[in-house]
Ligand binder design. Sequence first.
Ligand SMILES: [Zn+2]
Length: 162
Amino acid sequence: MKAPVSDSAVDEFVARIRSGIPVGELFPGKMSECDFTVSQREKIRKARAEKKAALKNGKISFNSPHPQPNKSLPEPPTARALTKLKKILYLQGGACFFCGMPLNEEHASVEHLNPKSRGGASSEDNEVVCHKTLNHALGNMDLKRKFEFVLKSKGAFRCPGT
Ligand SMILES: [Zn+2]
């Protein structure tokens, strides 16, 4: 009969599992389940389960001198994407959405047609770029009043047949 496995050897074994160090030859010869006591088996089982869970969550890295980059992550963009303002202004042909006058970025701001304070979305179907001054004046005016105001101020809009 083999000598019982010492608790300290099991502790070392468990510590190596946890830190990702190769387990190596800690025990004399080939071991089987019945060479360990119930509590030793439980310790090892727990350490293996924790290690497996940690690896799955990507929380623990191996002590590799040259860690490999995670291939599943997307490459960082080489050029910064256009800001929202630049993009919308570009799509509006560089003109204010409301008055149609040429608009520089420094005088422009993103206006939410349906104000955010009234539940309007921060998505491009609710956003236009206009003069900052107008954006400020419109405030959180609701869409109906805003529409009315713009139509009345422009004056160029005519219904068909009138
Ligand atoms: Zn304008």
